[in-house]
Design a protein around this ligand. Structure first.
Ligand code: GLY
Length: 338
């Protein structure tokens, strides 16, 4: 497991001094370059910045080409080090490009959004979207280190904070009832360092037990079968959602399925939906889109033998995985949330 550091950014200097590298690169997008790069650049020795366009719609092979090309033009060798400075798109795609360039160079993640701090940058999943499917191409590849600091939150709009908050709520729902309650009580506007650390701890414990998602790690995907499908469906439309916003809707839908299948008690279902609805509203999606959303669910990486498999809730703080779900039930869940 990568070492996760909750440290001052100035300690980046020490971290880099402990790693022997030939050339240093920083991958970022226009937003992180403007707001976050100035906070770290003085701690870096000579380096080259690789900038790509921000947003999920650029998490593509075209952007990878740009990154691999920049490394190639600079004659980066296998001892080169890449710092991924940005949100989940940057840490996922930067990790993927580093893991494949010359069969692998090392990388450090400096996640700048709450979402990438509590989820994307931790746990060695890297990848890109492909043909409209989320994280369809990728590999497990560990960062040398992950450096988490809430100083970046002041650069984030409210929606971005809420998006990360959704993944924190998920950590509580699948593994730690107290964490769920603490997050609800705290709200998303000013997240304490302790809550971030607790979320990362929950995720690390699950990833340590099952690093390559053969079984248990699938619980981290609660809300993601339907959430990813809704996110992909709305990508590049005027109703486009941030990842966590789509996952929150996915969690409501999958809590409904958990209840319908007899795993989750009705009172807990009502409680979960009530709390999530306080923070997350549904976009307008026509009934005619349900087929398309189900088609996207069929590409989910947890599926097997043509069946749609989900991770569901048993109660607040406990999840089950590899549960086959009928398409008809997905229709009912969509009708419930949309
Ligand atoms: N975001 C889910 C996982 O890392 O497994």
């Amino acid at each position: 497991m990568s070492k996760v550091h909750f440290q001052e950014l100035s300690e980046l200097k020490e971290l880099l001094a402990s790693i022997e590298y030939s050339q240093l690169f920083v991958l970022t997008d226009e937003n992180s370059k403007k707001h976050c790069y100035p906070l770290i650049k003085d701690y870096l020795e000579y380096h080259q910045v690789i900038e790509i366009a921000s947003g999920e719609k650029h998490k593509t092979l075209d952007s990878c080409n740009l990154i691999w090309n920049a490394l190639t033009m600079a004659t980066a060798d296998r001892k080169a080090l890449l710092i991924n400075l940005g949100g989940g798109v940057i840490t996922d795609m930067g990790g993927f490009c580093a893991g494949t360039y010359k069969r692998g160079i090392r990388f450090i993640n400096i996640p700048t959004t709450l979402l990438s701090q509590v989820d994307a940058s931790v746990g060695a999943k890297t990848g890109i979207d492909f043909n409209g499917y989320k994280n369809h191409i990728g590999l497990f590849c560990e960062a040398e280190a992950v450096l988490i600091n809430p100083v970046f939150h002041s650069t984030l709009p409210e929606r971005q904070l809420k998006s990360g908050f959704a993944e924190m709520l998920k950590h509580g729902l699948i593994a730690d009832k107290k964490h769920w309650e603490n997050c609800i009580e705290n709200g998303f506007m000013k997240i304490s360092n302790e809550l971030i650390q607790q979320s990362v701890k929950i995720k690390e414990k699950i990833v340590d037990a099952d690093p390559t998602e053969k079984g248990l790690r699938k619980v981290l995907n609660f809300g993601h079968t339907i959430g990813h499908a809704i996110e992909s469906h709305l990508l590049n439309t005027e109703n486009e959602l941030l990842h966590g916003e789509a996952i929150a809707l996915g969690m409501i839908a999958e809590a409904y399925i958990s209840k319908s299948k007899g795993f989750l008690a009705k009172d807990e279902y009502i409680l979960i939906v009530g709390e999530l609805r306080n923070f997350f509203k549904s976009p307008k999606i026509e009934k005619t889109s349900y087929m398309e959303i189900k088609r996207l669910c069929k590409q989910d990486k947890k599926n097997q033998n043509g069946e749609i498999n989900m991770s569901l809730l048993k109660n607040i703080g406990q999840a089950v995985y590899d549960i086959s779900v009928e398409e008809e039930l997905i229709d009912h869940a969509l009708a419930e949330i949309l």
